[in-house]
Design a protein around this ligand. Sequence first.
Ligand code: SF4
Length: 411
Amino acid sequence: MEGILKSRGHEIVKNVDEAQVVIIDTCGFIESAKRESIEEILDFVNYKKKHDLFLCVKGCLVQRYYDQLRSEIPEVDAWYGVLAPSQIADAIEKKEPFLVTQPETVYSDTVRNCKGSFAYVKIADGCNRSCTFCAIPSFKGDFKSRSFQTIEMEVRNLVQNGVKEIILVAQDTTAYGIDLYQKPSLDLLLERLNVMDGQFKIRVLYLHPDHIDEKIIKTILSLEKVVPYFDIPVQHGSDKILKKMGRYRTSRELLDLIEQIRDINPDSAIRTSIIVGFPGETDEDFEELICFLKKARFDRLGAFIYSEEEGTMASLIEEKVPTHVAQERYEEVLLLQSQISYERLERFVGRNLITLIEGRRKNKYIGRSHLDSPEIDGNVFVEKTRKISVPGYYKVHITNVSEYDLEGILL
Ligand code: SF4
């Protein structure tokens, strides 16, 4: 949206005091995200009392709770649901007070205003799956892919602007192409992006554990530009809970999948997400999860406390887990993972890792290797022994390790 607004002659300002229009993008996925979005809106409602500006709120939260929001926060000037960025830009220019239709999750716009070292590129959105804890399909609509050509144009534009890492996202990247090309086509997309000009890498997020297959694994591990990083949100390790979540693979099958990846490339980074406190999760189920995590030894892990979302099947299950129990389980998972993460990272000490150096802090450069997705994983801290151009890829000799990060020197 920034890219589109800029191409139409608008200016993006860093300081809100200079802005005539404020656009708040929201998330309506889980309780904590909804709360954060609403706090942000209320802050700007307060700010607006003393400043003349057009306050516009867009995104998933609006798509999900439009009527309620509009009647409870009338100070907001405009509410826009999940729409293509160009539609939102049109609406803002016309100062339309509301625009909430069927979700428009994918679009052909490719102009970006991204100057950083990495950029997320949406390859599809929406979802046709039915995980019982998840409300996303109800407000994002059906799964829709963007075309190969649109994605290529966007990636070319980003790489020409200096972006070094392209991060492909969708609710479920394994389903890419099912609607447009009648078959899962993530492998074909990766092959096309891999032969594009420029020094950049590609990372794929959100590989659905029930649908990642040998073809995708081998493609990711064989293409030069694609980093060996697998983000596979398994959500649990007890077969009973996996079934209640609407997931098909058993814990044994998930362990086999991890082994299959590590057999081909033992240095692959495998990340997952876990939900604790799902309704009906007993002490035994939680023990099974802990046991599963000890066997799987994920390199990276994000843990979440179950968030009850209205309209989902899981919200109808009566055996709720008390909040304090879920909190204790959450802390136990994080503690276990901090040990596993340290042990997994230790194997890189004394070895060289290609690292994308992205910034400087005092006497260190800060970067990420293939093990690190931005914002959620760790970093590589590098001694500043000489001047280098940033961002850029450099070979780093790893000398030290902490729970989630690595340290090293430039070669
Ligand atoms: S695949 Fe992801 S987005 Fe789709 S229903 Fe499951 S958790 Fe939600």
